[in-house]
Design a protein around this ligand. Structure first.
Ligand code: IPD
Ligand code: CA
Ligand code: CA
Length: 258
């Protein structure tokens, strides 16, 4: 099995970023299941491009990707790629310029590589198991800020508004009073990257899907961060779940508060 993930996947994800950036003006979009959940032709184009190119480099690869039907048994295969072709589709439709492409790589269920690209800033975040996390090739680490100095980001789980809206905003309110300030970006994958390089110090969302957090979890861990669900339990990359991540101090204190 080839393991030169950075050199193989970087040009592929960057080319996919060009497809995203080639979209100009109004985008056609369709409604998916759940509240305010959309897909554009670019989500589909980027996903098709990534799967085709990755298959050329790794003929035995299996895929779990947001805009296709998935078989969760793929997760335990020799090499499984978990893909979010555009994370932050609503931002993308509105030209908010805060969206990303996310690829997590698992070998027999173990996370071995993650890459997240913000094509608007040409920022490529990567991490390989045991080798640290990088932004455009430069090593990054989480901050060492304490909770009272923390910039905390949260996702609003917009597709589960009725079910999780109260919990989301109760949690955000509690943490807002314990932290310095709060953000909501619209791309969970970028929230993980911003945590990994110390732009924020804590991130949570009450429900995310595996394609939202697979690459991000690897990047956060390799940057020295801690990532669990909101109860402090280890993540299961096969199912949707809550996410809490921070540096050692903020993760621990946030868990105590919640
Ligand atoms: C969404 C974004 C958003 C988060 C949602 C995700 P999508 O991903 O990451 O920030 O709040 O929970 O589903 O649908 O744009 O790929
Ligand atoms: Ca997503
Ligand atoms: Ca998506």
């Amino acid at each position: 099995m080839r393991t030169d993930f950075i050199s193989t996947l970087s040009p592929i994800i960057k080319k996919a970023g060009e497809i995203m950036l080639s979209a100009c003006g109004a985008k056609n979009f369709k409604q998916k299941q759940g509240d305010v959940n959309f897909v554009t032709e670019y989500d589909e184009k980027v996903q098709a491009f990534l799967i085709e190119e990755i298959k050329k480099a790794y003929p035995n690869a299996t895929f779990i990707a947001e805009e296709k039907d998935n078989d969760s048994s793929a997760f335990n295969s020799e090499l499984c790629f978990i893909i979010d072709p555009i994370d932050g589709t609503t931002n993308f439709i509105r030209d908010y310029k805060t969206s990303s492409i996310s690829i997590g790589v698992f070998s027999k269920g173990v996370g071995v590589f993650g890459a997240i690209l913000n094509p608007y800033l040409d920022e490529l975040f990567t991490a390989e198991k045991g080798k640290g996390a990088y932004l455009n090739g430069k090593k990054i680490t989480v901050s060492d800020k304490d909770l009272d100095q923390t910039i905390f980001a949260f996702g609003s789980s917009p597709y589960y508004k009725q079910e999780l809206g109260e919990q989301t905003f109760d949690t955000a309110k509690k943490l807002f009073f314990a932290c310095a300030d709060i953000r909501r970006s619209g791309s969970a994958a970028l929230d993980f990257c911003h945590l990994a390089c110390g732009r924020i110090d804590l991130f949570l969302e009450c429900r995310l899907s595996p394609w939202d957090f697979s690459a991000g979890a690897i990047i956060v861990k390799e940057a020295g961060g801690v990532i669990t669900d909101l109860n402090g339990k280890e993540l299961d990359f096969r199912i949707p779940q809550s996410i809490l991540c921070g540096n050692q101090k903020t993760h621990k204190k946030a868990l105590e508060i919640l």
